[in-house]
Design a protein around this ligand. Structure first.
Ligand code: PEP
Length: 255
């Protein structure tokens, strides 16, 4: 774990207007300035990145993207490339979110997207997570395969910029998050797999975030008992009151 935790807000397809996007970012900025131990990243839809950017021009506040194309510039209608994101001020890119996997992002595509993000010298926040969890423990094998398939072709020399977001799909959008004790177990498991793929030194350095039904109410326990390096927050990230409370709560957990 580093000396600061990372809290990432994934706004998904929200809000509807640019004015609302600016307003959320401005409100979050007021809280961010007073925090001592967090890096905060807002990931609005592509179209609002420029609107959010002026607000993040303070220390420890950043703008990210929710996806990226793995293609290079040219005839690719509808696509947005990593260099374009970089030029817009983006520093982090969510890759392999389960909602993108559900509409076609395979492990191979996710792997190419990670490579494109690293090539642009940005940090990929790579999402992994099982659909179901049962007594047999099949989720361990699922996660191991998903991580290996996705990361095996990534050069070791660039792997230190990777951030892992463990997001069990059954917890995304759910009423309750995973139990903090189980989050702790999974983060150790993920670091072990990362170590098998790259090296133990790199595994000690990477950040493993948790995502899935995190709110300001459960964030303290998840971070403290789950001993996690940060959070990937969906719904609560566009509920400004809840999100700023969440940031303060996470900031209060000793690093
Ligand atoms: C997500 O979609 O990445 C997520 C964590 O969503 P939520 O916090 O709403 O469960």
């Amino acid at each position: 774990m580093k000396n600061r935790r990372l809290v990432v807000g994934n706004w998904k397809m929200n809000p509807t207007t640019e004015e609302e996007a600016k307003e959320i970012a401005r409100k979050v900025r007021r809280t961010v300035s007073g925090l001592g131990s967090i890096e905060t990243v807002l990931c609005p839809p592509y179209i609002f990145v420029s609107a959010v950017r002026p607000s993040v021009k303070v220390p420890h506040f950043h703008v990210g993207a929710q996806s990226v194309s793995f293609l290079e510039g040219g005839s690719h209608t509808g696509e947005v490339g990593a260099q374009m994101l970089k030029d817009s001020g983006v520093e982090y890119v969510i890759v392999g979110h389960s909602e993108m996997r559900a509409i076609g992002d395979t492990d191979e595509i996710v792997s190419k997207k990670i490579a494109a993000v690293l090539e642009a010298d940005l940090s990929p926040i790579v999402c992994f997570g099982e659909k179901i969890r049962d007594e047999s423990g099949s989720h361990f094998n699922f996660l191991k395969e998903q991580m290996k398939n996705t990361l095996v072709n990534i050069p070791k020399s660039k792997s230190s910029k990777i951030i892992i977001a463990y997001e069990p799909i059954w917890a995304i959008g759910a009423a309750e998050a995973m139990k903090p004790e189980e989050i702790y177990e999974m983060s150790i498991f993920i670091k072990k797999i990362f170590s098998d793929i790259f090296s133990i030194n790199l595994a000690h350095k990477i950040d493993v975030l948790y995502g899935g039904a995190v709110t300001y109410k459960n964030a303290f326990d998840i971070v403290k008992t789950g001993q996690i390096d940060g959070l990937l927050v969906g719904r609560e990230s566009v509920n400004v009151t809840g999100f700023v409370e969440l940031l303060k709560v996470v900031d209060s957990v000793p690093v």
